[in-house]
Design a protein around this ligand. Structure first.
Ligand code: GDP
Length: 300
């Protein structure tokens, strides 16, 4: 909890810190105050749509005379944020298939490899047999980096040479996962968004190959996004979601940004669950995302 709180401290001060200083000493909750709140929510990267939703709900409570104190404003904000973040979705259950295949996608630099390494480590610590597939054959460094993470977590990495067909890696990794009776296959993919059409076609092909080798796979297509990029992360999420149907999102680098409000914007606008959040560079700095915990840490 403390580490999580430290990771969210920048977002906490730009969002809740500013809300609190606005509310401090106010006795009347009037339309002006709601307007000032709106500005804070937008600045904190909650996005237009989510901000509007929150403001509408505050305004409707206010006109009904239900917002008599600043504490009630705070309470309502917490409730609404939790509601937005905990829409109906099945939690990630990696025991629902064996091997459970997770395809990890996202633009270069967002923290994809690091996230795969952290996940591999966590699953391995839970006693699961994990295999990594180095599906980003475009950058030689990507496979090397994954190898390092693989060694750290003591799990096998399937990789090909630079420039190889990523679908061939997907094929070999799937074969290996079945042959070794792995519990989990984590497949890395390329992230060069400047060749968007090719990338999306490549991801679709990898999907098909996986499904042919392991029916139903990939069981989870996980998009990694960098929280420090704010609204840009939301744009990326929409783009990938149109092309490959996301199952879940990982938001990295929350520790380095005041733009953590983007978690809410992404969940609300895409209706894709945030599965994990990254709060640092260490192995255990990837945490399962929980709406209530997130909101209570922010408003603590
Ligand atoms: P990739 O290109 O998407 O595979 O990105 P990398 O995994 O190589 O990560 C890029 C940089 O982001 C590295 O320096 C990581 O240590 C850093 N990084 C990844 N996740 C986090 C996080 O949650 N917090 C912080 N502070 N840094 C992170």
């Amino acid at each position: 909890f403390e580490r999580f709180k430290a990771g969210l401290s920048k977002t906490q001060s730009t969002l809740v810190g500013r809300v609190d200083s606005l509310l401090r000493g106010r006795t009347a909750i009037d339309a002006d105050l709601i307007e000032e709140l709106e500005e804070i929510l937008i600045t904190a990267d909650l996005g237009m749509q989510t901000t509007q939703q929150l403001i509408d709900s505050l305004e409707s409570s206010r006109t009904k005379g239900e917002l008599a104190s600043s504490e009630q404003v705070r309470q309502l904000l917490m409730e609404e944020l939790t509601k937005i973040l905990s829409f109906d979705s099945k939690p990630l259950d990696v025991t629902s298939a064996s091997p459970f295949v997770i395809m990890v996608i996202g633009v270069n630099g967002v923290g994809k490899t690091t996230t795969i390494g952290k996940l591999a480590n966590q699953f391995a610590l839970q006693g699961k047999k994990v295999i990594l597939g180095a599906g980003d054959t475009f950058r030689a460094a990507a496979a090397e980096q994954l190898q390092v993470w693989g060694e750290r977590a003591d799990v096998e990495v399937i990789s090909h040479t630079e420039g190889a067909d990523p679908s061939a890696v997907a094929f070999d990794a799937a074969k290996a996962a079945v042959a070794r009776k792995a519990d989990i296959l984590l497949l890395d993919t390329a992230g060069r968004l400047h060749t968007k059409v090719n990338l999306m076609a490549e991801l679709k092909k990898m999907r098909r190959v996986l499904d042919r080798e392991i029916p139903g796979a990939p069981h989870e297509v996980l998009l990694v996004l960098d929280a420090t990029t704010g609204q840009n992360a939301l744009t990326q999420a929409k783009l990938f979601n149109e092309a490959v149907d996301l199952d879940g999102i990982v938001l990295t680098k929350l520790d380095g940004t005041a733009k953590g409000g983007i978690v809410v914007a992404i969940a609300a606008e895409l209706q894709v669950p945030v599965r994990f959040v990254g709060i640092g560079e260490q192995l255990d700095d990837l945490r399962p995302f929980d709406a209530e915990m997130f909101v209570s840490v922010l408003f603590d």
